[in-house]
Design a protein around this ligand. Structure first.
Ligand SMILES: Cc1cc2nc3c(=O)[nH]c(=O)nc-3n(C[C@H](O)[C@H](O)[C@H](O)COP(=O)(O)O)c2cc1C
Length: 194
């Protein structure tokens, strides 16, 4: 059986987004992937090489001032070294973010990830879930309760620590991990058969 390699390249200033990174990892492991969890603000040369050897890279960052954090942007800029050599071309990419407000302009962070993936020639894997919590009978505990399509989005109250990350958002991030791992396996099989 093909074992996909999924890397999660993320930043978390105060630990909330790290909870989601763990959830993406758990989902991808459940779907049979080998997973590397990489903190982009502490990334080593060996970890850059892990990214280079991955089938899929999942980008994760809190939303700060309506975009990914400065630390994530620094990583994105540093990835230009890979852009010159097309090292990430045709890998899969996906993304997740967390912020304090229900919207908080999180969509812009996910769109930034999509642009980054596009610049590298990567193929974007969306969330693949219908929106939750959008009828009178729906619940805030629904998976994809914030109704995003392009990636996994979470909202954590400003006055709560990482233990306050919403269970539905954790489930949404786990789903993304499973989806990326499954898609990576399908692509790997397709390449092998081509
Ligand atoms: C500098 C800064 C900017 C922020 N900007 C936003 C924002 O634009 N929208 C929002 O909803 N929350 C914003 N927040 C709140 C964070 O997104 C929120 O606290 C998040 O849970 C932090 O995740 P982390 O612990 O992984 O860093 C901001 C927080 C900081 C520190």
């Amino acid at each position: 059986m093909t074992t996909p390699v999924v890397s999660i390249a993320y930043h978390s200033g105060f630990g909330h987004t790290a909870v989601l990174a763990e959830a993406v990892r758990a989902g991808a492991v459940e779907a049979g992937a080998t997973v590397h969890l990489i903190k982009v603000d502490e990334i080593t040369e060996a970890q850059w090489e892990l990214l280079d050897g991955s089938d899929a890279i999942v980008f994760g960052s809190p939303t700060y001032m309506g975009t990914a954090s400065g630390a994530f942007h620094q990583f994105a800029e540093a990835s230009s070294k890979r852009w010159f050599t097309d090292t990430w071309r045709d890998k899969l990419a996906a993304g997740f973010t967390n912020s304090a407000s229900k919207s908080g302009d999180k969509l812009h962070t996910l769109q930034f990830f999509q642009t980054l993936a596009g610049q590298h020639g990567m193929t974007w894997v969306n969330l693949g879930l219908k929106p939750g919590w959008n009828t009178s009978e729906a619940s805030e505990n629904d998976i994809n309760r914030l109704g995003f399509f392009s990636g996994a989005a979470a909202q954590t109250h400003n006055d709560l620590g990482p233990e306050g990350v919403h269970k539905a958002d954790i489930a949404t991030a786990e789903h993304l991990g499973r989806r990326v791992a499954g898609t990576a396996r399908t692509f790997a099989r397709g390449k092998a058969a081509a």
